[in-house]
Design a protein around this ligand. Sequence first.
Ligand SMILES: Cc1ncc(C[n+]2csc(CCOP(=O)(O)OP(=O)(O)O)c2C)c(N)n1
Ligand SMILES: [Mg+2]
Length: 561
Amino acid sequence: MARRATTVRPSVGQYLIERLQDHGVRHVFGIPGDYVLGFYDLLSHSPIKVVGTSKEDGAGFAADAVGHAAGAHAVHAGVGVGGLSVANAVAGAYAEKSPVVVITGSPGMRERRNDPLLHHKVRTFATQREIFEKLTVAAVVIDDLDTAYRDIDHALAACWKHKRPVYIELPRDMVDKVPEHPYRRVDHDEPGDPAILAEAIAEASARLRAAKRPVILADVEIHRYGLQYELITLSERTGIPIAVTILGKSVVSELHPNYLGVYEGAMGRDQVRAAVEESDCLLMLGTFLTDVNLGIFTARIEPTRVIEVTSEKVQISHHRYHDLRLGDVLRGLLSAPLPKRRRRAAKPARPRAAVAVRDAPLTVTRLFSLLDARLDADMAVVCDVGLCLFGAIDLTIHKGTEFIAPAYYTSMGFAVPASVGVALANPKIRPVVLVGDGAFQMTGMELSTAVRQGLAPIVLVLDNHGYTTERCIQDGPYNDILGWNYERVPAVLGAGWGALVRTEGEFAEAWARALGNRSSFSLLSLQLRADDHCPALVRLGQRMAENLVATPPAIGRRRRR
Ligand SMILES: Cc1ncc(C[n+]2csc(CCOP(=O)(O)OP(=O)(O)O)c2C)c(N)n1
Ligand SMILES: [Mg+2]
């Protein structure tokens, strides 16, 4: 991007709003507090929409979900109570690379003189910023009028470049102040060194040309940097098939003939595992080597056969190239002379039309088959942590970036609030929320936000009477929770539609009715046995139990209904 110089003299608050818009922010999620009311007033007179949530972590998950699809998003959280409530969601955005801007209104600079005990203060006025320094790539307090514009630009540029959260604290008496001096605005977007890029591309393409069984393993950074088109073009031009990790799932349409499936070491399907592990040149694009992505480290990938390209480095066997941008490397590979191979991935089977057996009790395996056959290109699967995440691995996502899950940081409570962000970011998409009963009890009240925003997610609550994922690792009474009548949530909220689903027939009927309900949310309370697991979860549970506890796994030891 070319440097552009502009002379601007808006107030600090107006400048922040302008720059958020420049970075594509269309919504700010959060809850007001007295220290931020001035900024809220400015926001409400701007094109940015303020979306009130029930709790700040809901705001954080909603913003994070928008960031998953290469958008920037902002969350407001009041100092102390609000800021610390949003911290977990911001930590997840950091871990999984999502560009979330945290804005905190705080006591004015004049009020801070003599260090008074003002409400919401934890230890000092710096405490919250110090905490957020650990959770973000830039944490600034706009306390100096001479550097205010520059500090805002610095934080937003860091957010955009690293696709990670930043923290901007706005003392309330700074919002309306206008800096005295004009400012030369600079958009930092420095290209990498062309000589390093050329050398990296030459080495990578020579390896790809020489390879007999090259495979691409694509992951999360392809979503975050919006490089889906480049990825699929590279695969189509060269005939190299694409496998993805669970965190990168849906980076390409899973109906594409070059798509292999989700790779997750020994936890995944054998055909995908073999293709990836037996490849003589594995091109890993934007990959995070996390325990979940690597099937709890059951992955067997030979480093000398790998070309690893991330936003931070290119590593080819033991050679490393730094200061390159992921997009430049992908585009460089696209223009490199690479042969077109005829060998293609076996075309993935379209999901078969699973016919519901009317009175058959619903099981986890059948639920995912029935659901797979019913997903379409206008739906995004927004998935929480638990059994649903492992079951969802095998769902067929029709378009790109329509599977959204915290598959590395794995914070429960993500999906319901995230679906609000997903639907607001793209109103043409209908979120299908997969959430366990435990996770629903954490943030399900954000359906209230969906109602206020006129959204119509289809929420599938997998009610297996507690923490089944934990039961797979180690069972005990601490995995039981209070049973709720989830299908009656609409009565509490005065909106939406709910159904209790015990059989396949009831699922088919409730799904059809939910599809037709475009005016508000639909909630299907899916009654499942506590000891009903999907195969991937059983494998994960065994693996984690081996790692974490001395006693053998307790799967199925305690039977529930
Ligand atoms: C915020 C948070 N707290 C605790 C955990 C640990 N944890 C992982 S899975 C799980 C159980 C999930 O229960 P539920 O949502 O009912 O899904 P299920 O496993 O039963 O399908 C727990 C407690 C977590 N990942 N995140
Ligand atoms: Mg559960």
